[in-house]
Design a protein around this ligand. Structure first.
Ligand SMILES: [Ca+2]
Ligand SMILES: [Ca+2]
Ligand SMILES: [Ca+2]
Length: 431
């Protein structure tokens, strides 16, 4: 039943850092000034032989432009960037998952096993859920709410998994399998989310990363199976934009953010990064901010100072972003975890994290990818308890109630590791 013996060797080939910021050939992202009329855009595009490949973005006046055969991205950027009416033109950068590293040694015994409140057989392996005070929060405050939607922007989710299925978001206004876009949201038969890699309605996880992240946010409690997530009741929306091998493009990330925000997600889990600075992605995150959506992002696995070497999207300057470092079961910094006194906010458990993987299996993975969903799950649990909290107040609450830990002192904004119980207890005093 435990899948830790399964091989997943392609993960070991992942680059720890990408210096040259790869992008997709044959297309770029162009944002026009709002005053540029549609016919002017058509003219600008046609003069270079470009065509609209996609414009279903939450960012107004943004298009993915397909370049004509033989035209380089550099040529196209030079043209669009120097054309009146264009706000900016940027490459369609590639990004990758920030986790999936197999722990170098077997999981040690949980140093402080919390009595299992629900009897789920492997809960004591998910040490991080206890370390951040989740069992006390469930006992004293809430076990969460299906009303809170978390967008898992990742490799997809095994939405049939025995320890997740009852917490998977289902589009309430869409009728399955009738070939009609019943809720008129631009996506036909989108029941669990969307697959932005294959552009279809099946966001099933063909990697394992997204399913693992999902279990940390919201594996089911009290079902006699597996483990328990930080928010045992929640709605997990599957926005698949990373491929089987863990890579994705900025345009698909923006479409995922657009879909999640427009379909009711309050928290976005982003266990991915890379690709350098993209104004288009930042604009999408800022649009999510205006919708009151929290954007939780992995700090990266390069053991780097993000203040000097930013990891995007975690390092963008947007007030809804929470950048998450990884600590282990003793609150030591994970050897791979990036950090940053002004750009990385707090830590959460990210070493040998035990969670769900596809096909009703479970396994341990490490990465800031695995730390990030502890924070996203905490945000969902707090919001279930205090739904009127603004996104800014929620973020502030999480930051000011961390457990201070020596390993994060002076290398993160808060100097501490997430404690969801403290946050909820403190919310009684302040809100
Ligand atoms: Ca639909
Ligand atoms: Ca339908
Ligand atoms: Ca369970």
């Amino acid at each position: 039943m435990i899948s830790s013996q399964n091989s997943f060797s392609q993960m070991e080939d992942f680059p720890s850092d990408i210096v040259d910021h790869p992008y997709k050939e044959g297309e770029i992202l162009v944002r026009y000034l709002s005053a540029t009329a549609p016919e002017e855009r058509d003219l600008i595009r046609s003069q270079m032989g470009g065509e609209i490949a996609d414009n279903h973005f939450i960012v107004p006046n943004l298009e993915l432009v397909k370049l004509p055969q033989g035209q380089s991205v550099e040529e196209a950027l030079a043209y669009y960037q120097n054309t009146p009416g264009v706000l900016y033109a940027v490459p369609n950068h590639l990004v990758y998952i920030n986790g999936g590293i197999f722990p170098p040694r077997p999981l040690p015994d949980n140093p402080d096993p919390t009595p299992n409140p629900f009897g789920d057989p492997f809960f004591d392996r998910s040490y991080g859920i206890s370390l951040i005070g989740s069992p006390k929060a469930w006992e004293q405050f809430t076990t969460g709410s299906r009303e809170i939607v978390v967008g898992v922007i990742d490799t997809g989710i095994d939405y049939t998994h025995e320890d997740l299925a009852a917490n998977i978001w289902k589009n309430p206004k869409e009728i399955e399998g009738n070939g009609i876009d019943d809720d008129n949201n631009g996506f036909v038969d989108d029941i669990y989310g969307w697959n932005f890699v294959g552009n279809n309605n099946n966001p099933f996880d063909d990697n394992r990363h997204g399913t693992h992240v999902s279990g940390t946010i919201g594996a089911l409690a009290g079902n006699g199976l597996g483990t328990i997530g930080v928010s045992p009741k929640v709605s997990l929306m599957a926005c698949k934009f990373l491929s089987k091998d863990g890579w994705g493009s900025i345009d698909a990330a923006i479409r995922s953010i657009s879909y999640a925000v427009m379909n009711g997600a309050k928290v976005l889990n982003n266990s991915w990064g890379g690709g350098g600075y993209s104004q288009a992605l930042l604009d999408a995150i800022k649009t999510a901010e205006r919708a009151g959506v929290l954007f939780v992002a992995a700090a990266g696995n390069s053991n780097a100072d993000n203040d000097k070497n930013p990891m995007y999207p975690a390092s963008y300057d947007a007030a809804n972003i929470v950048s998450v470092a990884a600590t282990d079961y003793l609150d030591q910094r994970a050897s791979f975890s990036s950090y940053g006194k002004t750009t990385v906010d707090l830590a959460a458990p990210g070493v040998a994290v035990f969670s769900t993987v596809p096909n009703n299996l479970y396994g341990n993975l490490s990465g800031t990818s695995m730390a990030t969903p502890h924070v996203a799950g905490a945000a969902a649990l707090i919001w279930a308890y205090k739904p009127a909290l603004s996104m800014y107040d929620l973020k502030d609450l999480i930051f000011k109630t961390v457990d201070p830990v020596d390993s994060m002192k002076d290398i993160t904004v808060t100097g501490g590791r997430l404690n969801v119980f403290n946050a909820m207890a403190f919310s009684l005093l302040q809100f």
